[in-house]
Structures are given as C-alpha cells and as structure tokens.
Design a protein around this ligand. Structure first.
Ligand SMILES: *Cc1c(COP(=O)(O)O)cnc(C)c1O
Length: 389
C-alpha cells in the first residue's frame, strides 16, 4: 500500500492555486454531512450571501458551480449562447481564446477582437466591432488576463456592450478579491470566477452570478443548453430554491463549500477595499524588488494586475532549470509563460494569502539566489512596513 501523501512545503506564487490559510484548510477537514441536510442548506444560503457581497451584486442567481473556473466559464457561455448567436469575444491572451472556443462549440458565431498580448483590451476596438456587427447579442471578455498580467477596463467595455444592446460575459477568475469587481454598478450579466486565486481557497469551485437580463435570455432559449450538468435552470433548482422545493441535481462538493464559506468569511472580515489595497501594496513592493533585480515587466504600468506580475526572462537564463531550482532549493513556485509568452516570461502571483510581506520577500530572496543578483529584498522592504504579516 502506498504511503499517505504528504505534500512538500511550497510557497505558491504562480498563477494559482494560491496559498490556503490554515483556517480554510481546517474548514475543509470538518465532517462531511448530507448535501440536503438542513444545516448544509443554511450554509449554502450563507455562502450565496457572501458571494453576493464579494461580487457586489444583488443578483438572486449567485452560486458556486461545482468545478474549477473553466466550469464557470462554460456555464456562462453555454447558457447564453445558442446555435447562431453572434458573440464578440475580446482576446488579449490565452483565456480570451478559451472563451472563443467555447462560443464556437456552443454553436455561436465568434467575432474576435484581437488585442496585443500584455495589453488591456482597447475599448474602441470593441466599439468598432459592435458597429460592424449589429447582429451581436453578447460580448465576452477577460477582466484580468492571467496569461499576461493585463487588467482591462471592465466598466467601460461593459458600457459599450450595453450601449449596443448586448449582454456582458465577464471572466473575473483572477480579478475577484484582488482588484475591484462591481457586478451591479458595471452592469455585468454573466460573471464567473474561481476559488484558487484571490479568494484564497483550494481549487474546485467556480462562483458565478447572473443578472435578471441574463435569466430572461435563458428563459427565452429555443434550444436546450448543450450541457446538462451546467444547465443553470436545472442547477438553480438546487442552489436557488427555497426550503422543501430544493431538489437534487448533483451532489455538491460539501467540504469545498465549507472551505469557500470560510475563505469568503475571512475576506469580508478584512473588507474588500482593504484586500484590494493589500494586493496593490504587495505589488508595489514586489515590483520595486523585481526592478532592482533587473527584471522587466511585460505589461505597461497603467495596465498591470497587482496580483499577477509577468516579467521577461533575462537573456541567457534557462527558464525550466531556473524554475526547477526555485522549487527544489527554495520551495517556491512561480509560473512559466503561457501561449505566446511560453519560455519568454515568468508569472509571479500575489494572490490572496500570497499577497503578504512574507511571500514577497521569500520570492525576491529566492530570485536573488538563483539569478546571482542582489538588491531585490532591500528595495522591497521599505514598502512593506505597517502591514500585518
Ligand atoms: C485560472 C483562470 C481560468 C481557469 O480556471 P481553472 O480553475 O483553471 O479552470 C480562467 N480564466 C482566467 C482569467 C484564469 O486566470
């Protein structure tokens, strides 16, 4: 019989999963109860409320989809797209292209608005595409493109989409909890996220929220949603029903809901604004350190995500060998490049519990050692004062 698995000690500073606090891990380890147990149903309701507070929405249909961020992406796309639906997809990285693939699999017609990798989506390119495609009914974009570290202006993109009568699908997998996401104020209609990035829970759930406009569109569908599992009208009878009307759809991952509830509770305890400010502060310290180490950012300063720092790999440095040394000698995980940036950039995450002084300094110290450079920790330290570790 194999030994019980003991994970090695790691500091997770890649593009997710991010570090999980002992409180959240302890919640995960509590005894499993039935997924229709009245106590669990109360927990579901409370989790829904916490998600509404986190998404800054009053949307009745707000719940975690059982599955990673990609499941939430598929839930949003599959429920809003029917064969023949034209969807304008903004693509400035890997996840924008994943959206396009899903739109096409759902039978939709994807009109792709391409933007440079490492840059935000320029709003005027979306406006131009919508003028050219008056038949478009949905606009989809990635708020925080984790493959490059670029933050797009979700509020402006959504306003342009609504001005053209389109529903808005927004990927907030990496943004939620790390930078402002205001679902109601910005008029986003179908929004998905993930638990393992700035929400600081393990991977496995995808919080989603749908506006009433999105629900109307789903009600008016002429064809069934291609996925039974992700058909929101069916899942909602479990997550969104009251009392005895709550019906079995699938068995919720009970312990993961415990973990999400605990992580969201902690986030509300800190306060969303404080969490956003913490991510910004840690980013500024890390950026000063990276700068001192001579590592240049991929994304221009004004479009950078605090929680995902992509830097060019210096000339002559072996990507895979260096990341392997970081892992073996320092227990530090950072991300390699994805798509166009594979082999050319590193992605350093400051997500959730990773956005703390300890991980920032550990990362800079480890980079100093493996790159044989100095000054990173020294440059970051003065910017880390007065922050609870
Ligand atoms: C991580 C991520 C996803 C996918 O989430 P999984 O949990 O890996 O399925 C989607 N979009 C963005 C922007 C992400 O960062």
């Amino acid at each position: 019989m194999p030994e019980s698995f003991a994970p090695p000690a790691r500091t997770l500073m890649g593009p997710g999963p991010s570090p999980v606090s002992p409180d959240v891990l302890a919640a995960l380890a509590r005894p499993t109860i039935g997924h229709l147990d009245p106590a669990f149903v109360d927990l579901m309701d409370e989790t829904k409320g916490l998600l509404q507070e986190t998404f800054l929405t009053q949307n009745r249909l707000t719940m975690p989809v059982s599955g990673p961020g990609t499941a939430g992406m598929e839930a949003c796309v599959d429920n809003l797209v029917e064969p023949g639906t034209t969807v304008v997809v903004c693509r400035n990285g890997v996840f924008g292209d994943r959206l396009r693939q899903m739109v096409e699999r759902a039978g939709g017609v994807a009109v792709v608005v391409d933007a440079e990798w490492g840059r935000a989506v320029p709003p005027e390119t979306l406006a131009d595409a919508l003028v050219e495609h008056p038949e478009a009914e949905v606009v989809a974009f990635v708020h925080a493109e984790t493959s490059t570290g670029a933050l797009s202006d979700a509020e402006t993109l959504a306003r342009i989409a609504r001005d053209h009568g389109c529903l808005v699908v927004a990927d907030t997998v990496t943004s939620l909890g790390g930078v402002p996401v205001r679902v109601d104020d910005w008029g986003l209609d179908a929004v998905y996220s993930g638990t393992q990035k700035c929400l600081a829970a393990p991977p496995g759930l995808s919080p989603v929220t749908f506006s009433d406009r999105a629900l109307e569109r789903m009600d008016a569908r002429e064809t069934p949603v291609q996925s039974w599992f992700l058909d929101v009208s069916l899942v909602a009878r479990y997550w969104n029903a009251d009392g005895a009307k709550r019906a079995y759809h699938h068995t919720a991952p009970v312990n993961m809901i415990y973990a999400l509830h605990e992580a969201l509770r902690r986030l509300q305890g800190e306060g969303l604004e404080a969490a956003w400010a913490r991510h910004r502060r840690m980013h500024r310290a890390l950026a000063a350190g990276l700068d001192a180490l001579g590592l240049a950012f991929v994304v221009p300063e004004a479009e950078r995500l605090p929680q995902l720092n992509a830097v060019w790999i210096p000339d002559g440095v072996d990507d895979a060998a260096t990341r392997r040394r970081l892992l073996d000698e320092h227990g530090l995980e950072i991300g390699g490049g994805l798509g166009d940036l594979a082999g050319r950039a590193w992605r350093i995450g400051l997500m959730g519990e990773g956005a703390r002084p300890g991980p920032v300094l550990a990362c800079l110290g480890a980079l100093e050692a493996v790159l044989d450079r100095s000054g990173g920790v020294e440059a970051a330290e003065p910017l880390l004062d007065a922050v609870a570790a």
